[in-house]
Each structure stands twice: as C-alpha cells, then as structure tokens.
Ligand binder design. Structure first.
Ligand SMILES: Nc1ncnc2c1ncn2[C@@H]1O[C@H](COP(=O)(O)OP(=O)(O)OP(=O)(O)O)[C@@H](O)[C@H]1O
Ligand SMILES: [Mg+2]
Length: 323
C-alpha cells in the first residue's frame, strides 16, 4: 500500500491506497472553521495546525484501513504547489515516516493529484481525455494523454473559479469558504434573474474578475431588504455565469485536441450546476473533489520512488512555475 499525505492548504489529510488503486482509507481534517473568522486561510496558522494534526491523521488512516506501517511500501507526499509552510510540514512528516520505516518517498504535484483522483477504483478513467481542473487556486484545461502528467491548454488570467465562488459568497454574506454554501443557496434561486458577464478571453483562457465586479455593483445597488429577498437569485445567476464559462471552454478544448472524453476535477467539480451541465463528462467522486490524500497516493502510483537518502534533499514549491 501507499501512504499518501497532503498538507498544501488548510486540509490535513492522509490516505492508504493499494498499488492497484483501491482506497483503503481517506482521512481529511479540515481547518476551515479555524480560518473562518479571518475570511481566508492564514498561512502561519495553517502550518501550526498541520503540525498538530499530521501524525494523528496518519494514525487514523492506518487504523481505518486496519493496517500498520509495515503494510506500507512507500510514502507519497504533496511537494507543491501550495502554501510553503504548510507543505513543509507534510514533506517533513513524509521524510520522517519514510526514514523510520526504511521506505522510499514519492513527491507528488498537487495538480497531478487532482487529475489522479480519476484513476482510482472502482471506476478508473483511462487517458487520453481533456480535463478541467477547477479549484480554489487553479483553473486549468489539461490535455491528458498519459497517467503520469498532462499538458496545459488554458488557464485563468486572474481569479481561480473556486476563488470566484468564495468571493461571490462573501459578497452575499455567506461566510468562508462559501463555494459550497453558494451552491446550496443557488438551488433556490432563478439563474436567469440577473445577466452576469461571461468573459470573452482569447483562446482557452478564463477570467473571473469581471463577473465578480458585476456582482459587487449589483449587491451595492440593492437595499438591505431587497438584497435579502434576491440573494438566492443573485447566487444562482452568479453561479450560472461561472459555470457557463467553465463548460464553454471545456467543450472548446475537447474539440481542439480531438479528445473523445472529458473530465472535471478539483473542489469546484463538487458544484451541482456544473455536474448537471456536463452529463457526458467524467466528474471526480464528491469525496475526492476537494483536497484529500487518496488522490496524492493515486498520482504516486505513476511516479518513481526516491530511495534514502535522496528524498531528504526535496524542497517544497509554492507555485506551478517554480516546480
Ligand atoms: N459545491 C461547490 N460549488 C462551488 N465551489 C465549490 C463547491 N465545493 C467546493 N468549492 C470550492 O472549491 C475550492 C476548494 O477546492 P480545492 O480544495 O481543490 O482547492 P485548493 O486546494 O484550495 O486549491 P488548489 O487545489 O488549486 O491548490 C474552494 O474555492 C471552494 O469554495
Ligand atoms: Mg486542491
């Protein structure tokens, strides 16, 4: 089995996955409540919490799988992109567990992890396919030809889709992180009530700053009581604009590369309107959309393990460009 670790943002996660992709356990401890009062993730607080949680979460993952460290053949850990301080906790824990158990370590790219959430049993998707990765930090269109990587076809020129959901939720007073809450509220609203802009960026890129500003101005133009009455309509219309942009570009990318299948991964793949709008796409199972360690262990199956002492030199990276 592979022990996966994930600490790139505010989820401390550990999972056990077999070599053939069966998830034996998948533990995610979210720190969202801890950061809620600040309206976003505070990196230093996240790192400190990861430090407290990482070993208990690993123990729980082992218990849940009814396994011991002896059953683990290698350790997989997220190396980046993410918050460097948060990543370092997972990376250091991974190195320590690997060293203690005389096991090799496999550094995993978090975005490759999101894609690899599709490679797990019971219904693994086989490349090639065209993939939309929409999360809190990224919005990417990917040409996936092999299990071990991808080529980027398009990206966002400003906010990520998840970030746009969270900022919209904040404007509507829904708290943090508000993407899922906005999704729930939108189900009670009329998506045609307001016409929010869908950016016309060139090629396969995305832009979400315009729709966010449009929501801000609309919210400002309404009186308190009016705002309360129209909240669900605003949420539904805002969600419609974001989902329309995502769906349009995914269809265009799929056609451009001549892919026969398309897929969606990342936290925003949990969005009900997006799932409904893409009946023919493969969408990651709900539990594997937002950050988790099963997807990290899954990605590790397609990467080379680094033996001792090589892995000790590994460092975390904050962004995709620094990888
Ligand atoms: N039902 C939903 N509808 C819309 N957005 C959602 C929903 N559920 C979760 N999200 C959004 O998904 C994002 C979290 O996804 P994820 O955990 O994959 O991102 P991240 O790890 O923070 O970013 P990255 O993977 O880019 O580093 C948040 O922005 C959250 O609001
Ligand atoms: Mg993520």
């Amino acid at each position: 089995m592979i022990l996966g670790l994930e600490t790139s943002c505010d989820e401390t996660a550990a999972a056990l996955v077999t070599d053939d992709g069966h998830v034996r356990s998948n533990i995610v401890s979210s720190q969202a409540a801890l950061h809620a009062r600040y309206g976003g993730v505070v990196p230093e607080i996240a790192s400190r919490r990861h430090l407290e949680l990482v070993l208990p979460v690993v123990k729980e993952a082992l218990q849940d799988a009814d396994a011991a460290l002896d059953d683990v053949s290698r350790i997989a850990v997220t190396q980046g992109p993410g918050l460097v301080g948060a990543l370092l906790i997972g990376l250091a824990a991974g190195k320590a567990i690997a060293w203690a158990g005389r096991r090799p370590l496999i550094p995993v790219d978090h975005l490759h992890g999101h894609v690899a959430s599709l490679y797990l049993e019971p219904a693994p998707l086989e490349p090639p396919f065209c993939c939309l990765l929409a999360s809190g930090g990224h919005t990417l269109l990917l040409d996936v030809r092999t299990h071990d990587g991808f080529a980027v076809l398009g990206t966002t020129i400003d906010d990520a889709a998840g970030e746009a959901f969270d900022k919209g939720a904040r404007l509507l007073g829904l708290g943090y992180p508000g993407g899922a809450e906005l999704d729930r509220l939108a189900r009670q609203g009329d998506p045609e009530a307001y016409r929010f802009p869908v950016a016309r960026t060139s090629g396969l890129d995305f832009s979400f700053s315009g729709v966010k500003t449009a929501l801000l101005y609309t919210v400002r133009s309404l009186h308190q009581t009016e705002l309360a009455e129209r909240k669900a309509d605003l949420a539904a219309s805002y969600e419609r604009a974001i989902v329309t942009a995502l769906v349009r570009r995914l269809l265009a990318a799929t056609e451009q590369v001549g892919a026969e299948r398309m897929a969606v991964v990342g936290g925003v793949a949990a969005n009900s309107e997006l799932r409904r709008s893409l009946p023919s796409a493969r969408i990651a199972p709900l539990a594997l959309c937002t950050d988790n360690a099963a997807m990290i262990a899954s990605a590790a199956r397609y990467r080379e393990a680094i033996p001792y002492p090589g892995y000790l030199a590994l460092d975390a990276y904050a962004s995709r460009d620094a990888a």
